[in-house]
Structures are given as structure tokens and as C-alpha cells.
Design a protein around this ligand. Structure first.
Ligand code: HEM
Length: 934
């Protein structure tokens, strides 16, 4: 299987073979487990009530019922565990060895050999997985397993990745954490599952992030109001003032609240699923460690072919998979210490040998008023009810920094003994199967001997003494004391061989079987915004890792931009430093070729210094310095990404840029003029020439005729439609810069090779300005910086060629290349082309030394870039804002006056137009979204 994974991950994105292979692998993994399950640990209960709410969107029920509408109790909370393997083993229960002895002999953490007895009992995970990875794994298993204390055959959680740890598994649970104020939000930093308080704080911190994410999503859904049906909960419309109608007002508010809550939950759970598939399964397969952005996609969004493997038909977790997920061996050193302390405290309250997890967790619960009000015992709440983000971030940083333990025999911390014993007893009490029976079920070769199962003589001899025959080796012990897989390509988790094969089948079935993660994961249900929010962005510096976005979003300012702790939180930073740096080239040179990452240079641009010690901490600087930081970063990015060979050139795109404004002005104005007015004079003479005719041309080219008969409106042959923002306004300033000012190559049609269309240039200009002006916070920093850097180097490359072309100092191949297919003749060619650049060049003193002259050209190129490129798109946004303002019915009179002034085409009329522009801009700056962008 690993070999297939490696092959798939290295094939190109559009490879037909890759697509087919992926479908085949998903089919195999999905069909590993029966759907629906063959049998249950006890009789399934009939569904008490089916949710009958009439809505025009699909939503999750609190207890997971109705996920499969034809078999509504399938996977519902409160149903029995499924049984995957019916054991035929005839050995009597009394034959099995005492679990106490089994734990000491085969499971308890200890030095690998007596010679190493003095060294630490702890061995770091060989694949570099961090303790946070396993905190997330713990989060996953708590969402799907919750063995009932009174009846251990019953699972009190649903079998879906529905974030039941956060939302609970019943209407009562959900009600405890919701505000019911019309906003669909939850209370601050709450959760419904009591078990969280008994777990290590990193687990609780992750749950809190999802609570915050829910509230963020709900706020966005309400603010965007896609269907226009929501109103502000703080000022609801009064439907009726009479007391008799108060109920109607209230029920309308609650129905809005329900809708936003349910949609937000769908987005939040789909987000969770994406973290599972991208960050977590990426870690399990070692794809992150190997620098590969490809991920196994079991949801079949894009594949019609795998329709023979059903989607969204429900799932029901089995007791075998409950056993298979007890990864207590991976507990880190820090967690082990924490656990020992907790156990000491708990053991003071009774014998630990019979301690069960839930009673253990409830010890904490007894000390608090509501399960939603504590995270471990150590974290206080702020007056707002929320935890301190700094403290949460500290917990998460520490969990990323501490390595998990390796899997394998004798790796479970001693403090977990009572819990492990309870697990072994549970498996026996429900008639669990043996390891070999499980392997046959998974179509794996059964082991013939203990030695084959684990070649380590100490382990296989001890196991043989206890179980006598390999066919008697029970599943629990067989899984966790088995020989482990090494960290080879395609394998990152490195557990025992049987577990590593089965775990993938489970991941595929859990996600593919869930209706709300597959067929009902649609923009209609999640809202358009929500659907886009859950899409991974593989250029984000995390290879599409979704946890990164969650950390930046929910803990603003706590992770510095580019931090390795945020980009790869499931890998220990020291492991990344030692094992991953320099990987890009290796992957790129791999014989299988394909998806290496040289373009992203992920590892190289990563900041893995300890949290808080990043050299550039923008939080501590003022606005101007933030801007400088961005320019600096762009500059560094250019140097790294493109590699300027003539080192030593001090580029303008660094902090000096801001200090050299006056000097540049003198350069551009031949030393004669000062300030903005002079700049305006230099460029404005070029401005009016073509823009008007170009705007007309765009309007007529991009307009389409409308047939208004269908809309019941009177027909008029002159009715035309144009997307005035996207197809006209956005392009005008870009055209002016590209064609009139900088002489950049332009082609008319996308089908011509080698050149850029106006839309392409717009895209590049927009990438630059997004990084500099719309990069608020760290969420998009990496993507914007990468794109901005790429666009900058491309624009600068062409700009230098333009300058060189004008001064004829360089005849390079690129120039000849540029002439071919170039549409200098678009619009019949422009007389002004090149004049502005000639003026700029004439300001540069001719230098006999060629190198010095080239450096001047380079300075001029950066200078021009800085003056013209980043603001061109802002200018378009400002124009769109003005047009939008005057197209509004309320501005009809002013619009007519404007048309009159524009038609006059006189300098006096232009002066009169300007106040109208200021008025529209002033209005928009005072509202929430100042500029229109598209
Ligand atoms: C510090 C870390 C952890 C602690 C203190 C801990 C503690 C416990 C306890 C007390 C139980 C209850 C046992 C019982 O009811 O018989 C339990 C069950 C379980 N644990 Fe852990 N655990 C930890 C980490 C993990 C991790 C990393 C995983 C796997 C990803 C995991 C998977 C499970 C599973 C699947 C169960 C069974 C749950 C059920 O049947 O309801 N645990 N754990």
C-alpha cells in the first residue's frame, strides 16, 4: 500500500493513472469494512424520534441520527458498537493471562534493553510526530467513541466526525452551549463533552479553537447574509408590538439562530474533516514530512468513476476499531509527567486499579459548576468568559515542541496501567477477536509464530509464555506489542504493521460514509462562503494544511507569520530542522519526478525559531514598520526566489525605499520639481490621451445584449449588460500602467503563447497589492507573500527588459522573444508607448561602466515598480466604489450632473468632477467594507 501511496503522491495532478489509482485504493479501503455492519454487540434500538424540522437546508441532528435517511439509527449516539469480526476462538475466558501481568510483560514503558536501563524510558517518535498530533488523534477518537459506563456495549457518541466533543451528543448537550440570541453562536470557549476536563490541556485547547471557529463562521454567515433573510440580532424587526405576537418575534429569532447554528456546525465539521484528511492523514502517510502536497481524497468530490463505492450512506464504528485507536503508547514525556501527577492525586481518592476513565474525569467535574467551564484545572477564564489566547497558544506551542513517543511493545506509560487493564477486560467481556482473526478479516496473512509477529526475542518469548499459541494472541495486545513499521516513504505514523493497514480503512469509511461530508457538503447547505472556507490552499506554506489557518484565525497574533509551529504543528520543529530542510531539492530530483516542491521552497522559508523569538515581530511595531516589514519580506523573497546573481545591489524594496522618496522624485522629474504635484505633472500629460477611448472600447467589447422579454420588461434593442467592475474598471488603470507607462508586453488573446493578457497583468498587480495592503493578519500571509513575490519578479523582469529596449544597451534574446506575438499593435499601437520610460532614462547619467549603468537601470525598474504597480489595483477599487455610489438610485441627480460634466471634457469640468469623487470615497471609507474588489 505504501508503494501505491508513494506512486500516487508523485504523479502529476492531472494524471489519469493517478486518478484511477486513487479510485482503486479508495474502493479497496472502503470495502475493507462491511456497510452496513454485519452485526452489533447487542440489539440496535429503534429510533425514538426523527428530526422533523422543516428547513430548506440539510443539517446534522444532535445525536447523529438520520445521517442515513433510510436507516436513521445507523451510527446514532446511544446505539451498540458494531462488531466487524465474529470470533470463532474456542479458548475459555479463564485461559487468558491476567491483564495485570500482560501489561507489565508486554505493554509497560521501559528501556529497550537492560543495558539501557539508566537512560530515559522514552523514545521519540521516529517520524517526528509531535504530541499535538496525538492530541488531535485523541480529539478524533473522542468524537466517535464514548463507551457507556453502565453498558459497555453501547457507544454514547455517534459514529460520525461531527465534533460531538464540542457540540455534545443530544439536544440537551447542544442547548447548554448555545446562546440562542439569533446569532447562531456558542458561549465563549465552551464544549459539551465532560471527558475533556480529564485530558491533557492540549486536547482541551484544540477543542476551544473549534468553539472559536464555530463563532467566527456564524459571524461571517450572518454578516454576509447570502440569501438576504437574516437581520441583526441586536436590532430585530418588530413584527408585532402586541404581547400576543411576542411569541412570533421570538420564534423568528430562534429560527434564524437555528439556521445559522446548523450551517456553522456543518462548516465547522467539514473544516474538522479537512484537517483530518490533510494534516492528520498527511502525517499518518508521512506526506508532510516528505514535502508532498498530494493527499488521499476519500470523498470522491471530483470522481464520477468511483460511484460504485457508495458515499454518504452512514457508518457505524466497531469495537475492534475502538481497540485499534487506543494509542496510549504515543503519550509524550511531558504528558507522562502530567499524568503521573494526576494519578497520584486521584489515587488518594480510592484504589486506582479499578479506576475507570469516566469516573476519573468526573473527579474534576465535581469541582466545577458546568462541564463547559473548565479546561483541566489550571486555566482561568477572563471576564469575557474566554480563556487567554496567550495561555492557549503556549499550551499548543509546547505540544508541538514535545515529541510523541514511538509505538511498539513496552511503550505505554506506567501511569496508564489501570486504563489499559480496563481496556483489555472490556475487549474480553464483549467477545473480542484475536489478532490473527482480525488480520484474516483485513485480508492480511495471519502470523504463523510469535517470532514472525515481533522478532524481538524478549517480546515474542514473553508473549508465547503468556498465550501459548499465536492463534490465541488477543487483538488489543497483538496490535500494540507488534513489530513497528519504520518511517519509510508513504508511512509516517509508524505503528505496528496490522494497525497501520487497518487505520486507513477506518479513515476512509468514516469520512466517505458521512452524508454531511460528502453528498450534502454543498454550497447550498454550508453557504457559498462556508464552502469556500473549507477548501485547502496548497500554496499556503503548509501544503494545504488546514490546522495552520485555524491557529492563525482563532489565536490572532499568537503565532508569528511563517512560524514552523503554525505551518507544521504536527511535526516537532527540531525534527523539521534536522530532517526536512533541503528536502525540496531531493524530492524535485526524485526519479518519479512530479510533485516536488521547488516552487514553494516550503522548508527554506519557514521560521522554526522558538516561539516569540522571531526576528520580525510585527505585533510590536507601528503601522509604518509593518509596511516596511512587508517590503523587506518581499525583497528577501525576490532575492531567494529568483536569485539576483549580481549580489551587492541594494534594492529599493527594503526600508531604504521609504527614505529615498525625495531622491526618486528628483530622478523622475529631472531634478526640477518637488513633491506630489511634480509627479502628477509628469504622468498626467500621458493620462488623458488614451484612457477615454480605451474605456469605451472595453465597454463595447465586453457588453452583451439582454433579452428583457423574459423578465417581463419592455424590450429595447439597446439594452446591454456589462460587468463594469471586472471587465472595465479593473482593467483601465492596469492598461495605462502596462501599455502607456511601462511598455510591458501585452497580448490580446489568451491563446497566444508567451505573453500576458491584460487580465494576467491585473492578476499579477493584484497579487502585489494584496500582500502589501490586504494582508491583515497571518492567515493569508504566506500565500500572499509567495504570490506577491512571484508577480514582482515577473513584472521586474519585463520592466528591466523594457528599459533596456529603450536605451538599446542590451539586446537580449528575451527582447526578440517578446516581439514575437506581441500585440504592440493592439489598439493599433500607441504613440505614447515608451515616452515615459525615455524620460526616466534620460534622467540617468550615462555611465561608461556598463555594470554601473545596469545597476542604475535596476534601481529605476524598482523605483517605477514601487510607484506604479502596487496602487494600480487600489485605484481600480476606488473607481469601482465611486461608480457604485453614483449608480445607486439615491444618487440619480448627481449622476446626471456627472455625466454632463464628463461630456464637457474641459479642464474646468474636470476640476468640478473631483469633489464628487471625494464624496463617494469619503462615504465608503466610513462604512465597513471601504473598497469594492472583485
Ligand atoms: C494523555 C493522554 C491520554 C490519557 C490520559 C488517556 C486516558 C484514557 C482513559 C482514562 C480512557 C478510559 C478507559 C476506559 O474507559 O476503560 C481512555 C480511553 C481511550 N483512549 Fe485514551 N488517553 C490519552 C490519550 C489517548 C490517545 C492519544 C488516543 C488515541 C488517539 C487515545 C485513545 C483512547 C480510546 C480509543 C479510548 C476508548 C474510549 C472509549 O471507549 O470510550 N487516548 N483513555
Amino acid at each position: 500500500l505504501e508503494k501505491l501511496v508513494v506512486l500516487m503522491s508523485r504523479l502529476p495532478d492531472d494524471s489519469e493513472l493517478g486518478r484511477r489509482l486513487q479510485n482503486t485504493v479508495i474502493d479497496i479501503l472502503f470495502n475493507d469494512l462491511p456497510h452496513p455492519p454485519s452485526t452489533y454487540l447487542t440489539l440496535p434500538k429503534p429510533l425514538k424520534h426523527a428530526s422533523s424540522k422543516q428547513t430548506n437546508y440539510a443539517f446534522r441532528s444532535a445525536d447523529g441520527s438520520n445521517n442515513n435517511v433510510l436507516f436513521p439509527s445507523f451510527g446514532q449516539a446511544g446505539q451498540p458498537y458494531a462488531r466487524s469480526v465474529s470470533s470463532m476462538n474456542t479458548v475459555l475466558p479463564s485461559f487468558f493471562p491476567d491483564p495485570d501481568i500482560v501489561f507489565d510483560a508486554l505493554l509497560c514503558r521501559r528501556p529497550p534493553s537492560p543495558q539501557q536501563a539508566s537512560s530515559s524510558y522514552f523514545q521519540s517518535h521516529p517520524g517526528g510526530l509531535s504530541s499535538l498530533f496525538f492530541a488531535f488523534a485523541n480529539f478524533i477518537i473522542h468524537s466517535i467513541f464514548h463507551t457507556n459506563l453502565d453498558n459497555p456495549r453501547i457507544n454514547d457518541a455517534s459514529s460520525y466526525l461531527d465534533l460531538s466533543v464540542l457540540y455534545g451528543s443530544s439536544e440537551e448537550d447542544v442547548s447548554r452551549i448555545r446562546r440562542f440570541d439569533g446569532s447562531g453562536r456558542l458561549w465563549e470557549d465552551v464544549w459539551a463533552d465532560k471527558r475533556v476536563v480529564g485530558m491533557h490541556p492540549a486536547f482541551g485547547a484544540l477543542v476551544v479553537l473549534f468553539c472559536r471557529n464555530h463563532n467566527y463562521i456564524a459571524e461571517r454567515i450572518l454578516a454576509i447574509n447570502e440569501n438576504g433573510t437574516y437581520y441583526s440580532p441586536s436590532s430585530p424587526p418588530i413584527i408585532s408590538a402586541t404581547s400576543a405576537h411576542n411569541d412570533t418575534n421570538r420564534s423568528r429569532l430562534l429560527s434564524q439562530c437555528d439556521e445559522i447554528f446548523h450551517r456553522a456546525r456543518l462548516v465547522n465539521t467539514a473544516y474538522f474533516m479537512q484537517i483530518v484528511l490533510r494534516d492528520y492523514v498527511g502525517g499518518i502517510l508521512g506526506l508532510v514530512r516528505d514535502g508532498l502536497e498530494w493527499r488521499l481524497n476519500p470523498l470522491g468530490w471530483s470522481s464520477q468513476e468511483s460511484s460504485q463505492t457508495p458515499r454518504g450512506e452512514g457508518s457505524s464504528v466497531s469495537m475492534e476499531f475502538n481497540l485499534m485507536y487506543r494509542w496510549h503508547a504515543a503519550i509524550s514525556e511531558e504528558e507522562e509527567k502530567w499524568l503521573e501527577g494526576v494519578m497520584r492525586e486521584v489515587s488518594g481518592k480510592g484504589p486506582t486499579s479499578t479506576l475507570r476513565f469516566y469516573s476519573f474525569a468526573y473527579c474534576f467535574d465535581a469541582t466545577i459548576s458546568s462541564p463547559a467551564l473548565a479546561i483541566a484545572k489550571s486555566l482561568d477564564r477572563l471576564p469575557s468568559g474566554a480563556f487567554s489566547s496567550a495561555e492557549l497558544s503556549d499550551i499548543l506551542h509546547r505540544a508541538t515542541a514535545s515529541p510523541a513517543s514511538s509505538f511498539g511493545a513496552r511503550k505505554v506509560p506506567k501511569a496508564m496501567k489501570p486504563i489499559e487493564i480496563a481496556g483489555i477486560r472490556w475487549a474480553r467481556s464483549v467477545g473480542g477477536c484475536t489478532l490473527n482473526e482480525f488480520r484474516r478479516f483485513m485480508r492480511l496473512k495471519p502470523y504463523k509464530s510469535f517470532k514472525e509477529w515481533n522478532p524481538d526475542p524478549e517480546i515474542h518469548k514473553a508473549a508465547e509464555d503468556l498465550y501459548k499459541d499465536i492463534e490465541n494472541l488477543e487483538l488489543y495486545v497483538g496490535l500494540y506489542a507488534e513489530e513497528c513499521k519504520p518511517p519509510i516513504p508513504g508511512a509516517g505514523l509508524c505503528p505496528g504493521y496490522t494497525l497501520s493497514r487497518a487505520i486507513l480503512a477506518d479513515a476512509v469509511c468514516l469520512t466517505r460514509g458521512d452524508r454531511f461530508l460528502t453528498v450534502d457538503c454543498t454550497p447550498h447547505n454550508l453557504t457559498s462562503w462556508g464552502f469556500q472556507d473549507i477548501q485547502p490552499n496548497i500554496e499556503d506554506g503548509s501544503m494545504g494544511g488546514m490546522l495552520t489557518k485555524l491557529l492563525f484565525r482563532t489565536l490572532p497574533g499568537e503565532y508569528v507569520a511563517g512560524s514552523g509551529y503554525a505551518h507544521f504543528p504536527f511535526l516537532v520543529p527540531s525534527f523539521v530542522k534536522e530532517s526536512c530542510f533541503g528536502k525540496d531539492t531531493k524530492v524535485g530530483e526524485d526519479k518519479l519526478g512530479g510533485r516536488g516542491q521547488p516552487k514553494l521552497n516550503i522548508w527554506r522559508n519557514l521560521n522554526i525559531s522558538a516561539p516569540g523569538t522571531c526576528e520580525v515581530d510585527v505585533r510590536k511595531r507601528g503601522w509604518v514598520n509593518q509596511e516596511m516589514y512587508k517590503w523587506e519580506a518581499l525583497d528577501v523573497g525576490i532575492k531567494n526566489g529568483v536569485g539576483f546573481k549580481n549580489g551587492g545591489v541594494e534594492l529599493h524594496m527594503c526600508k531604504d525605499f521609504f527614505l529615498q522618496y525625495e531622491a526618486r522624485m528628483r530622478l523622475l522629474t529631472k531634478g526640477g520639481m518637488n513633491g506630489l504635484d511634480s509627479y502628477h505633472n509628469v504622468v498626467s500629460c500621458h493620462l488623458h490621451m488614451e484612457l477615454s477611448s480605451f474605456t469605451h472600447l472595453l465597454i463595447s467589447e465586453k457588453s452583451i445584449q439582454c433579452n428583457r422579454h423574459n423578465a417581463g420588461l419592455p424590450a429595447d434593442v439597446n439594452d446591454m449588460f456589462v460587468d463594469v467592475v471586472k471587465d472595465v474598471i479593473n482593467l483601465v488603470p492596469v492598461y495605462w500602467v502596462v501599455n502607456n507607462m511601462l511598455m510591458l508586453p501585452l497580448k490580446a488573446s489568451a491563446s497566444l503563447r508567451g505573453m500576458y493578457t491584460l487580465q494576467d497583468w491585473y492578476g499579477m498587480f493584484s497579487d502585489v497589492s494584496k500582500y502589501l495592503y490586504f494582508n491583515n493578519g497571518q492567515v493569508n500571509d504566506w500565500t500572499y507573500r509567495e504570490k506577491g513575490t512571484r508577480a514582482t519578479s515577473e513584472i521586474i523582469r519585463h520592466l528591466k527588459a523594457s528599459l533596456a529596449e529603450i536605451c538599446k544597451s542590451t539586446v537580449s534574446l528575451s527582447l526578440i522573444y517578446r516581439e514575437i506575438g506581441s500585440v504592440l499593435a493592439w489598439l493599433g499601437g500607441s504613440k505614447e508607448r515608451g515616452e515615459f520610460l525615455k524620460e526616466v532614462l534620460s534622467a540617468i547619467p550615462a555611465d561608461r561602466q556598463r555594470d554601473a549603468y545596469d545597476i542604475q537601470i535596476e534601481h529605476a525598474a524598482y523605483s517605477l515598480f514601487s510607484e506604479l504597480i502596487p496602487t494600480a489595483v487600489l485605484f481600480a477599487s476606488a473607481m469601482a466604489t465611486v461608480v457604485d455610489y453614483y449608480l445607486d438610485d439615491r444618487s440619480r441627480d448627481a449622476c446626471q450632473e456627472l455625466q454632463r460634466l464628463a461630456a464637457a471634457k474641459s479642464p474646468e469640468a474636470n476640476v468640478q468632477i473631483l469633489p464628487y469623487v471625494y464624496k463617494a470615497l469619503g462615504k465608503s471609507l466610513s462604512c465597513e467594507s471601504p473598497l469594492i474588489t472583485r
